[in-house]
Write a protein that binds this ligand. Sequence first.
Ligand code: IMP
Ligand code: MG
Length: 190
Amino acid sequence: MQYITEHVLGKNIDRVLISEVEIDSAVRRIAEEIDNFSRQSGKNLLLLGILKGSVVFMGDLMKRIKTPVEIDFMKVSSYGSGAVSSGRINIILDLARKNLQDTDIVIIEDIIDSGRTLSYLVDYMKFNGANSVKTCTLLDKPSRRVVDLVPDFVGYEIPDEFVVGYGLDYAEQYRALPYIGVLKSEVYSK
Ligand code: IMP
Ligand code: MG
């Protein structure tokens, strides 16, 4: 709770939804789940982070995974600068390696909202010949789903509120906050 007032942007946060301690326990649990999955599969493991929202989660998660991993990143756009989804997905940065036959891909997202981004990326990775494609997200808003997508590894299910911090932005701000906070609605309804 202290951070709300300590950080310059804390004045725009209504409340902390998920604390640093809660994030850390989800990260450790998911790392173990991914280790268990990968141990059974025995293939190469590639964590594919979706820029930019996943970077903080990805950095923490990869440190906790005990299986050898490679990492790669893609950047896609599905949102404009604000809080409203456009529904279209464009690839802005593609993954570097396309030889994926012996590789299990775990796509790492910050949050699943409509599910359009992840659903598109799962199809894209399968099309590129990955051995398997799993999905991992720190946050899930299942009530907002417009496509049929259930993530394989989930930190927390959250209600339909616009959240920021720990990688998640509003208009490119708030990503560096160490917790997940609910943005005051007057910030984006202005
Ligand atoms: P989807 O394709 O609708 O599932 O959108 C997922 C993307 O929307 C995420 O990777 C975020 O960039 C963005 N997004 C969705 N909800 C939020 C939120 O509450 N705060 C910040 N970004 C969000
Ligand atoms: Mg975003």
